[in-house]
Design a protein around this ligand. Structure first.
Ligand code: GLA
Length: 693
């Protein structure tokens, strides 16, 4: 039993294998938060503290840790829910009406029922416990059962209470080409806000929170949560005046107002959350394993080839077939045709919306390329950007009213494109039918779904920020029902849609348009804290890198990309014989280690050296892989010590380095460690280890 209810049904103890989360209902019907942290043995131990006012200026509603604070009364803190009723009342006063517990496919679920004391307005708080993953999930559904509309002014999925001050907050910042730049910030009095207002979740901040107390990879307390949303979100961390830290996350209330008609419901995105008493590594392991086993589609991801960086918009049947032959020789398993194959798409200026095959580029239709790819034994993938239209496109000429715009204003363009109003039924139908036709007519295994600009000028409706992305989810879910074997890659100008909302609906993330192998180490490291390795698409591309101008040896570029789901984005027709041989060898090795990389346990290892080594280990059952990188040798060219993790103490492992083989016990490899010295700039190595039978 992961959910226990005690004390006359008023204290709820939710427990995973090593954590507990507790709240209760007091005698006035207020939902009070009681505990979050390491596992507690019994619900009976928990008592409801008596409410006492500090002073008339510190009212009880303000100082009490509430499980789901709503707007109204003498509350001035952040609230999760704010509504306006048809008569102008802008205050919620809820009553607790009971609970249900049920077993779902994924875990045990508790639903708490609240109802406004005057209006027929229901709030269901949902908690699912995943004991073996040490994770829980919260969400909330509101329902208008009255005869009149209710306006939802704010809906956050959850509020959490952490019983400490002076925590450390971490997240990522960034922009196009520089996503996933980790930052760490002390929490003090006042608030930290992270949010997105662009309709695309995550170039700038990512919808999750991590709050720790001096944690390292392997020690210290960490409280974390990841919101399952790809549109506008906001999250607030606040150290209060009363000795605790609050954090909440949910739909962004910026430019937001949702009318809930009589009978309608609104479900806030779920938030996966957990507590680790042993640092960031445990947090990542729980999230990774849950994502792999409970969220993502099964199966290893194929090694892909994508010609975007090699050919950009200049695609044609002949060149793509040539590339496909070469890609197959190297060992690629999936050939992805990127932008430029449709309409009058020769640059960013035109084509989006006109999803017919360009006859000049593909005179014998797309079939010619697909047949060639298939006869080479590869799968075929294709790029689309279904939510967008170029002003010059035939689609826009035919349906100028299908885009987000104001009649009296010049419509914003970005990358020379408008955003289709996907919340209109006819637009949604167009997007679905276009993709369904594409997948029905052609033998396509993989869709790279892009979205290259933020949304703006959303019209009078202030709920589209939420409804737009819901439409994207629903279209892909419907397409997958009909075409269950097609994988979808979530791309939004690189890593603009990396979040737990889209994961599971889509299969892979395009991590960043920044394919510089050194920059990627930082991007991938930050990504790996929250998101699973299997979804992390990483390509080897040409040098000098188009973005950084850096020239990095092919071996380092491969090692960096082999840390995720490997892809090749080079102009492989220009490879020298040496580069061809090296690429073949690296892809061959990647296929050998792929289950360990994509399905294994991932460790960000400590680097004890004064040189900046990057050390990453992957372990699956008795086999493991280590990647070591030294981007720059500095004075002294010091080595480092690699202390592996997760091995069996007494077992003996064969360690295969570039120099040869050694055997050592797990205990030795974990505590004494291996001496490793790389020299020169952009040096890297891959080491394999396996338990001896
Ligand atoms: C975006 C993507 C790229 C590529 C281009 C095509 O920038 O992130 O990978 O697909 O669009 O226009």
């Amino acid at each position: 039993m992961s959910i226990t209810v005690s004390q006359k049904d008023s204290v709820f103890l939710l427990s995973t294998n090593s954590t507990s989360y507790v709240f209760g209902v007091d005698d006035r019907g207020l939902l009070r938060h009681l505990y979050w942290g390491g596992r507690l043995p019994r619900a009976e131990d928990l008592e409801m503290p008596v409410l006492t006012e500090v002073s008339t200026n510190d009212p009880v509603l303000e100082i009490t840790p509430e499980e789901f604070p709503v707007h109204g009364g003498l509350r001035y803190k952040e609230h999760c829910l704010k509504v306006m009723f048809a008569d102008g009342t802008r205050e919620l006063v809820y009553r607790y009406c009971g609970y249900d517990i049920r077993q779902t496919e994924t875990g045990e679920e508790l639903i708490l029922h609240l109802r406004d004391e005057h209006y027929a307005f229901l709030i269901d708080l949902r908690y699912t416990v995943y004991p073996a993953y040490d994770l829980m999930e919260r969400s909330v559904t509101v329902q208008n059962q009255s005869e009149e509309p209710v306006w939802i002014e704010k809906l956050h999925s959850a509020q959490f209470h952490i019983p400490y001050e002076n925590l450390t907050f971490s997240n990522v910042h960034g922009h196009w080409g520089a996503e996933q730049q980790r930052f760490v910030q002390p929490v003090s009095y006042g608030k930290i806000v992270i949010e997105n207002r662009r309709g695309i979740s995550s170039h700038n901040h990512n919808p999750y929170f991590v709050l720790d107390r001096g944690a390292t990879e392997t020690t210290g307390q960490v409280y974390f949560g990841a919101l399952r949303v790809s549109g506008n979100f906001s999250g607030v961390v606040e150290q209060t005046q009363y000795g605790e830290t609050l954090v909440q996350m949910g739909l962004n209330d910026h430019d937001w107002l949702l009318e809930l008609a009589p009978g309608e419901r609104l479900e806030a995105p779920g938030i996966l959350y957990g507590y680790s008493a042993s640092g960031f590594e445990t947090m990542s392991h729980h999230l990774h394993r849950f994502a792999r086993e409970r969220i993502m589609s099964a199966g290893l991801r194929p090694v892909l080839y994508n010609s975007w960086e090699a050919t950009e918009f200049h695609v044609n049947s002949r060149d793509q077939i040539q590339l496909a032959h070469r890609a197959q020789e190297l060992g690629a398993e999936l050939f992805v045709l990127d932008d430029g194959w449709f309409g009058e798409r020769h640059s960013t200026q035109n084509g989006l919306g006109d999803w017919y095959v360009n006859e000049g580029k593909f005179p014998n239709g797309l079939e010619e390329l697909i047949d060639a790819v298939k006869s080479l034994g590869m799968k075929f993938g294709i790029w689309v950007e279904p939510e967008m239209v170029n002003p010059k496109a035939q689609l826009y000429q035919a349906h100028p009213d299908w885009i987000y715009h104001y009649d009296t204003r010049v419509t914003d363009t970005s990358r020379v494109q408008y955003v289709l109003n996907a919340t209109r039924p006819e637009v949604r139908e167009f997007i679905y039918t276009m993709l369904d036709n594409l997948l029905t007519r052609y033998d396509i295994d993989y869709i790279k779904w892009d979205a290259n600009r933020p949304i703006s000028q959303t019209g009078p409706q202030r709920d589209v920020w939420h409804k737009h992305i819901r439409t994207v989810y629903e279209v892909v879910e419907s397409l997958k029902k009909k075409h269950p074997n097609v994988l979808f890659e979530a791309c939004a100008s690189g890593g603009g849609r990396i979040d737990y909302g889209i994961l599971g609906i889509f299969d892979d993330f395009w991590t960043s348009d920044n394919t510089d192998a050194y920059d990627r180490l930082y991007i991938q490291d930050a990504y790996s804290r929250i998101y699973p390795i299997k979804a992390m698409r990483a390509w080897v591309t040409d040098c000098p890198n188009f973005l950084s101008g850096r020239v990095i040896p092919l071996k380092f570029r491969f090692h960096s990309a082999m840390m995720g789901s490997l892809g090749i984005g080079c102009n492989i027709l220009k490879f020298t014989p040496e580069e061809t041989e090296l690429a073949k060898e690296m892809i061959r090795r990647y296929k050998q280690i792929r289950p360990i990389i994509q399905e294994g346990t991932f460790y960000r290892l400590e680097n004890p050296s004064c040189e900046r080594y990057f050390l990453y280990e992957y372990l699956k059952e008795s086999e493991g892989v280590l990647f070591a990188f030294l981007p720059q040798s500095r004075v002294g060219h010091r080595g480092t010590t690699v202390r592996l993790r997760g091995l069996e103490e007494e077992s003996v492992y064969t360690v295969t380095t570039e120099e040869g083989e050694i055997t050592k016990s797990g205990g030795y490899l974990m505590r004494h460690g291996l001496a490793l010295r790389l020299t020169g700039d952009y040096a890297s190595t891959m080491i394999r280890f396996a338990k001896k039978e």
